[in-house]
Design a protein around this ligand. Structure first.
Ligand code: LLP
Length: 435
């Protein structure tokens, strides 16, 4: 099952957009704007698609939600309830997980430049797995582990696969800051150091190929390369990986231009590929771990804004400015990302013009949507921008000293505040006077 982009959004009898059965105009009134709203039912459905895909294929493994996509205590509580594992990349993400009561043995730590503090917290909390990225990582972990302590690790490798996505979110290609290069000797050296280590237990390999991938080709190419190396290690030492982690990267539909991504088909095609290679090597089938972030939360979230100034430039364009922008969603400015949206209080009205949605930061590049067809629009209208659930809140910032928006969860006709809106005092809370 794949869920279509706008499936959780409906229009009610007032002609207002609803999410999870709740009128978005009421939400905007009650909680103010800008406001991130998540449909929890959809988060759960997305999580289940991934879990079920492994189950249907009869494969043992873990689906680790990449918490960088959206990490708050409430969110991680949902992920815990759905039985997923968790990928964290910092003490901040790890701390959030611990405070959310996330099972520690299901937490995996990532990062291309992990600090001593991160290793120390990982060891102290006895988390499930650390994904080692480089030689510095190995040394830090060795230093952190006492004589009697152990840590399960995966070795992150760069398979040299250039996936079809924005350069900034490509990670599996050769010229990457992440992971051990698979074929220039680095991976071999790391493998030799780890394979018979006294307290670091090498469970298998990890790769992450990039983000917003819409078919399985990068995954199967990576599988081919990883297994080429495993064959070599198997022949040399008898090594059999217990785990193969192919990372995240599963794309979503942001606009109608994007294909509907069928996760179960992508996963089936990857598993098929792995099956063939495992069979050829005559080794036990490893656990398959995946780390979707965007695919779990992206389409479950939208952002509500209030329309303010409207500037008509005859024969050029109309700027419709909203009360947020690159502070709550930096993706259009950073990656040229496209979004779609609707005037939530006029969702049943006929569209009559094409406008550009501008943010309110003092920066021309702060545009949210280049072209959006809307009905007659005026100040005070509520604009809903779809599919902002991944990397919106998590990359939010206080540029221009705008407070970060609140986050509301809706589920089965009920809404609940899960992150308070920042106040002006929050904005200056760490500022000290200069005496
Ligand atoms: N695993 C690893 C090791 C990763 O580095 C990432 C994302 C993921 C999993 C999750 O990837 P996803 O399934 O969400 O594509 N800020 C960018 C995305 C950066 C992703 C970085 N790593 C964006 O807004 O598109």
């Amino acid at each position: 099952m794949s869920i279509k982009q706008y499936e959780s959004y409906k229009v009610n009898e007032l002609g207002h957009l609803t999410i999870g059965g709740i009128d978005t105009v009421d939400l905007a009134k009650h909680y103010d704007t800008p406001l991130y709203v998540y449909d929890v039912t959809r988060i759960r459905q997305n999580a289940r698609i991934f879990k079920d895909a492994l189950k249907t294929l009869g494969v043992r493994g873990q689906i680790a939600y990449a918490s960088k996509a959206f990490s708050t205590i409430a969110m991680l509580q949902i992920i815990k309830q759905e039985g997923l594992s968790l990928d964290v990349v910092s003490t901040g993400e790890l701390y959030t997980a611990i405070r959310a009561g996330f099972p520690k043995e299901k937490i995996h730590l990532h990062g291309n430049n992990k600090t001593r503090e991160e290793f120390s917290m990982a060891v102290e909390e006895d988390i499930g797995c650390v994904v080692l990225d480089n030689f510095h990582d190995i040394t830090l972990l060795e230093n952190e582990l006492g004589d009697t302590q152990h840590m399960d690790v995966l070795m992150r490798v760069t398979p040299g696969v250039a996936s079809h996505t924005h350069q900034y979110i490509m990670t599996g290609h050769e010229d990457s800051k992440f992971g051990f290069d698979l074929f220039n000797g680095q991976a071999d050296e790391a493998f030799t150091r780890l394979v018979s280590h006294s307290n670091i237990h090498l469970k298998g390999l990890h790769c992450h190929l990039g983000s917003q991938l819409t078919d399985s080709s990068s995954y199967t190419q990576a599988s081919a390369r990883l297994f080429k190396k495993i064959r070599q290690w198997h022949e040399e030492t008898g090594y059999e990986p217990k785990v193969m982690n192919f990372g995240g990267g599963f794309g979503i539909q942001y606009t109608d231009q994007d294909p509907l991504v069928r996760y179960e088909e992508m996963i089936a095609s990857l598993i098929n590929d792995v099956r063939g290679r495992v069979k050829a090597l005559d080794i036990p089938f490893p656990e398959i771990w995946l780390e979707p972030g965007r695919a779990i939360v992206g389409n479950a979230g939208l952002t509500l804004y209030s329309v303010g100034a409207i500037k008509h430039l005859p024969n050029i364009r109309t700027y419709v400015s909203v009360d947020g922008g690159m502070t709550d969603n930096i993706r259009p400015a950073l990656y040229n990302a496209d979004y779609h949206g609707v005037v939530a209080n006029k969702a049943a009205k006929k569209t009559s013009s094409t406008v550009s949605i501008a943010g309110k930061c003092c920066e021309s590049g702060d545009m949210l949507i280049d072209e959006l067809t809307v009905p007659e629009t005026e100040p005070g209208d509520i604009l809903a921008v779809y599919s902002t659930g991944a990397y919106g809140f998590s990359m939010a910032n206080n540029y221009n000293r705008f407070p970060k928006p609140a986050v509301v969860f809706v589920e089965e006709g009920r809404d609940q505040l899960v992150v308070r809106r920042e106040s002006l005092d929050d904005i200056i809370k760490n500022d000290l006077s200069y005496e």
